[in-house]
Design a protein around this ligand. Sequence first.
Ligand code: PRT
Length: 105
Amino acid sequence: MTLEDLETRIAQRAAASPEDSYTAKLIARGINKAAQKLGEEATEAVIAAVTHDRAELVKESADLLYHLLVVLKAEGVPLSEVMAELDSRTAQSGLAEKAARKDNA
Ligand SMILES: N=c1c2ncn([C@@H]3O[C@H](COP(=O)(O)OP(=O)(O)OP(=O)(O)O)[C@@H](O)[C@H]3O)c2ncn1[C@@H]1O[C@H](COP(=O)(O)O)[C@@H](O)[C@H]1O
């Protein structure tokens, strides 16, 4: 399973009935709820990392990626746009990219 596969699955399930699909239910509840879930999953991944709970970190990371893709779907942002942003950063180091962002702020 790639992130692109999961993005496709989320797009398919978003069109299903909220009674049959967690994805459709989440999207029907609106962007605030979907974004809240994304924040909760991020926090749970952080807790797993700082407590060195490897098994939990794997599970929470899966939840986090799923909820990020649901939020991107809800906001009409294709994963390819995020990947293109990452691609554009490969030409420079992370430190140079951070400095460029500060200059532009
Ligand atoms: N990867 C996931 C995935 N990861 C996490 N989750 C759901 O995210 C929820 C997170 O757990 P929580 O305990 O925080 O949430 P909850 O209390 O059940 O829900 P809330 O009332 O807080 O929203 C769980 O219900 C998980 O089932 C996911 N639900 C779906 N997928 C993928 O999406 C596909 C389509 O799923 P449906 O839309 O349900 O058909 C699935 O086949 C999977 O590939």
